[in-house]
Design a protein around this ligand. Structure first.
Ligand code: AMZ
Length: 275
């Protein structure tokens, strides 16, 4: 299976500008040697509110706060060193709608911030970088325009992450309302080739469901790429964090609903993952 996937990648990459390879990230990240992970709290923004969705469906939003800055401060005071922010309006429509909230979070906290959702052009990346956002996450445009993804990686080395959101192993885009033919595995390999600084792998059927992460699929992705992988979707207990740690070599895990609903205490999760 891997052979077929890899040859697909070779074909796709060959069609593109050969100068677009970024060798710098290759195999720098040593897999399986360490179990320590960071726990990354998520702030998903919809019309300025902090929400959580069920399996990404916008009509099933639960609002947790009308104050994203206060939420960010809360995660920082629990020990977060990196916050994952998604502009959901941006992901669904392609037009970022929560930039002001993101800007205010940036002004309020000193920890690293990664932002995705609605990044559909270099001007959007430039703008976020200008605001002091540390890492930008690209999903839809990485599928639609790999050349662009590659150019972004060259312009912002170490700061562009591929957001790979999968449903039954196939990559979803545009707010997860469109499922492509691409397998998450082949896409992950392509993203690594093109210079991604890391991969955020989300299992859509688990997201917001508090049913436990898809450990097998995450391990499969982490097993084939040499860049850092962050697991996302479904984490609901400290046991889930233990299971992801046991995979070995995962850079981190994103948690959303679990910390908002209180099924996980962020401080405890950070401490557990850090050893
Ligand atoms: O919940 C959703 N429906 C959703 C979501 N959380 N749709 C997209 N996203 C996130 C992805 C990634 O971080 O996980 O938005 C980012 C990708 O956005 P885009 O606009 O580049 O496809």
């Amino acid at each position: 299976m891997y052979v077929r996937e890899l040859s697909t990648i070779g074909f796709e990459v060959n069609r593109m500008n050969a100068t677009c390879y970024n060798e710098h990230h290759k195999r720098e990240h040593k897999k399986g040697e360490q179990k320590k992970m960071i726990v990354i709290p998520a702030i998903d923004l919809k019309e300025g509110f902090c929400v959580r969705l069920l399996q990404g469906r916008k009509e099933e939003a639960t609002t947790y706060s009308n104050d994203p800055v206060e939420t960010a401060r809360r995660w920082v005071s629990a020990g977060a060193e990196l916050i994952h922010i998604v502009d959901l309006d941006g992901a669904f429509t392609g037009e970022q709608k929560n930039i002001r909230s993101i800007e205010r979070i940036r002004e309020a906290v000193g920890v690293r911030l990664e932002v995705g959702g609605g990044i559909r052009g270099m001007d959007r990346i430039d703008h976020l970088a200008g605001l002091g956002i540390d890492r930008m996450i690209i999903g839809t445009l990485a599928i639609e325009n790999p050349q662009f993804f590659c150019e972004a990686c060259r312009k912002y080395p170490g700061r562009i992450l591929a957001g790979i959101d999968a449903k039954n192993g196939r990559v979803a885009i545009k707010g997860w309302e469109e499922i492509t033919e691409r397998t998450a595995l082949s896409f992950a390999l392509e993203m690594e080739h093109l210079g991604a600084a890391g991969i955020i792998y989300t299992d859509i059927s688990k997201d917001g469901m508090l049913v436990g992460p898809n450990v097998e699929a995450t391990a499969e992705i982490a097993g084939v790429v040499g860049i850092p992988v962050i697991a996302s979707g479904g984490v609901s207990t400290l046991g889930d964090i233990e299971r992801l740690k046991a995979v070995g070599g995962l850079y981190g895990v994103i948690t959303g609903k679990a910390i908002y609903s209180g099924s996980i205490d962020l401080r405890e999760a950070i401490a557990l993952a850090a050893v």
